[in-house]
Design a protein around this ligand. Structure first.
Ligand code: URA
Length: 181
């Protein structure tokens, strides 16, 4: 089966997944981008705009993420964007259980795409894949090798919305990606 077909099959599973849907609102947001992506960006959970469109990172933080991807010299069409939690949580911040459950779908997506580097956008993404709490302000920009994978820790793109300093730091971190490919 082609990688795209395998990703579509996982999107179907997410659509039907009762555990994913519990205490959530709107459409499933499985992720989008190239099945051959060398870089996968992982966020937290869909927000309101994502729940209406079914697309990841299309609200304010998402627009900034897509802008910074371009500014860092990467093509949006050549990356993949997703989150550990696949539906908009009513309670906004996903629980550990929700992150743990969503990680199973996410791991399947990563096993298909096999990116060269995974960008962990914020603490929920770090918790999901590195399974530890992190102080992003201290650890952003760090490359972590774990489980035969390479990760870059970065701010969640909602963080710089009101801080030009954090925006510049996030862009600097993204600029490291090109050298890692
Ligand atoms: N924020 C996230 O972390 N993920 C999305 O898909 C949208 C906003």
């Amino acid at each position: 089966m082609l990688k795209q077909e395998q990703l579509d099959a996982i999107a179907q599973q997410i659509t039907r997944c009762r555990v994913c849907r519990r205490r959530k609102i709107g459409l499933p947001v499985p992720g989008e981008g190239s099945p051959e992506a060398e870089v996968v960006f992982i966020g937290e959970a869909p927000g309101k705009t994502e729940a209406v469109t079914g697309r990841p990172f299309v609200g304010r933080a998402g627009k900034l993420l897509r802008q910074l991807i371009k500014e860092a010299g990467l093509l949006e069409e050549k990356v993949y964007i997703t989150s550990p939690v696949k539906y908009f949580p009513k309670h906004l911040t996903p629980t550990r259980e929700e992150i743990e459950h969503g990680r199973k779908h996410l791991e399947e997506q990563l096993a298909i795409i096999q990116p060269k580097i995974i960008v962990l956008l914020g603490r929920v993404a770090v918790l999901a894949l590195l399974k530890r709490a992190v102080a992003i302000a201290k650890e952003h920009g760090i490359i972590v090798e774990a489980d035969d994978r390479r990760y870059l820790i970065a701010y969640h793109p909602a963080a710089p919305l009101h801080s030009p300093k954090v925006r510049a730091e996030l862009l600097d971190d993204f600029k490291k990606l090109k050298n890692l490919l």
